[in-house]
Design a protein around this ligand. Structure first.
Ligand SMILES: Nc1ncnc2c1ncn2[C@@H]1O[C@H](COP(=O)(O)OP(=O)(O)OP(=O)(O)O)[C@@H](O)[C@H]1O
Length: 238
């Protein structure tokens, strides 16, 4: 069955003082191809934990996660590497994906070289296009990623993720800290990409207006549980 599906997943962390903390409690969600889901909830409710589990950065304690019918629950890093063309994630802390020493262009191009068979010309064109669409100055292309601001690094991470045309994109707070024009540019590029490639998005955001604008489904998480599923009625005249 197609989709990114979490079934009854739970995650408990052992905290430094020896107590355990249940960050996710029996969560089930389904991201179908072509869907756009936003995940909202207060700080500490478990949003990033869920995102990390969905893309294999951590394993659930119980429950299962399926990617297009394949059970990913016990995949190791190598298994995930083989599927990175299909699913990409962008986190608030871009340290795990960007190489701070490499130039902006190189950071994106490396992913394209490793995960696609695009020619050099195609890669360069795609990078230029995504830079423009996300409101990134093309003069930054040769600048080391470490010299970018936090907002620019997140946009670079998004460009990197979108450059390889994944089917599933998990985006953790990519809009936060952006000025109005850059946030508009990023939302527009997400909308365009979603329309054009029919991929599935999971966008974690604190901004409810963006959630309403972009998504067809809004999941609200509280204390590690999905407490509300809001589905946008897109039927005209109803
Ligand atoms: N590795 C960890 N060890 C211990 N506790 C953790 C760990 N990762 C997350 N937590 C705890 O799990 C809870 C959920 O964290 P999570 O980062 O998923 O929240 P969030 O909803 O994304 O918050 P925010 O909106 O502030 O980013 C928090 O209380 C956090 O302290």
């Amino acid at each position: 069955m197609e989709g990114l599906i979490a079934e009854h997943i739970s995650k408990t962390y052992l905290e430094s003082h020896g107590l355990s903390f249940e960050a996710l409690k029996n969560i089930s969600i389904k991201l179908e191809p072509g869907s756009f889901t936003c995940l909202v909830g207060e700080s500490g409710s478990g949003k990033s934990t869920l995102a990390r589990l969905l893309v294999g950065l951590e394993h659930p304690d119980t429950g299962k996660i399926f990617l297009d019918g394949e059970d990913t629950t016990n995949w190791n890093a190598e298994d995930w590497r083989k599927h990175r063309r299909k699913i990409q994630a962008v986190f608030q802390d871009t340290g795990g994906t960007l190489n701070p020493m490499l130039s902006v262009r190189r950071n994106v191009e490396e992913a394209m070289i490793n995960l696609t068979d695009m020619t050099r010309k195609q890669r360069r064109e795609r990078i230029g296009e995504l830079m423009e669409l996300t409101h990134m100055d093309s003069r930054l292309l040769n600048v080391p990623a470490r010299q970018l601001s936090g907002g620019e690094q997140r946009r670079l991470s998004l460009i990197r993720a979108m450059s390889i045309y994944p089917r599933y994109l998990v985006l953790d707070e990519v809009l936060s800290g952006l000025d109005f024009i850059s946030a508009e540019a990023v939302m527009t590029v997400l909308e365009q990409y979603h329309k054009e490639f029919e991929c599935a998005f999971l966008l974690i955001t604190h901004d409810i207006d963006s959630a309403y604008r972009l998504s067809d489904t809004i999941l609200t998480i509280q204390c590690g549980q999905i407490i509300r599923v809001g589905i946008k009625n897109t039927k005209k005249g109803s």
